[in-house]
Design a protein around this ligand. Sequence first.
Ligand SMILES: [Zn+2]
Ligand SMILES: [Zn+2]
Length: 175
Amino acid sequence: MQISLDKLIRRETDKLDLNFSQKVDTISYCDNNYKLVSPINLNGKISSTKNGLYLDVDVDFTILDQCSRCLEDVEVPIEYSINGFLVKEDYDEDSFEDDDAFIYDGQVVDIIELIQQTLDFKIPPRVLCDEDCMGLCQGCGANLNKENCSCTETANDEENIDPRFAKLKDIFKND
Ligand SMILES: [Zn+2]
Ligand SMILES: [Zn+2]
């Protein structure tokens, strides 16, 4: 999703509106690839100011993540604003102390890259399909939201055992 800044740089305009939606399959962040289940919606502008090109845009999109208890897919809506100056690699850091600065190549801005750089803290660290999700059975790996299992309650310490390990345990048991 590359935006050409040609018109701004040649001063044919002092403002570039960014209002559009684009379908994107995945977005990566911290070594994770997230599948997108909505287009990326963009709403904002890039303006020419006396201090340089300033980007001010709201983004929203929905990713698929896994419930940390039952591992089912969960749709997670993400919505935030990206604001800051667009600068070239050799920019003077001191003059942008109070603002965010995003490096671009002097020609085009890649919105996907910008989103990947700004996603910190936007993806919740612990996603749940439901506050009351019952998770997976520690004994047999059954999804307790969907089925009852016949395991005894002895291994039922949900909070302390990662449900993924319970699944592994299950695999080894059948080995
Ligand atoms: Zn769940
Ligand atoms: Zn069970």
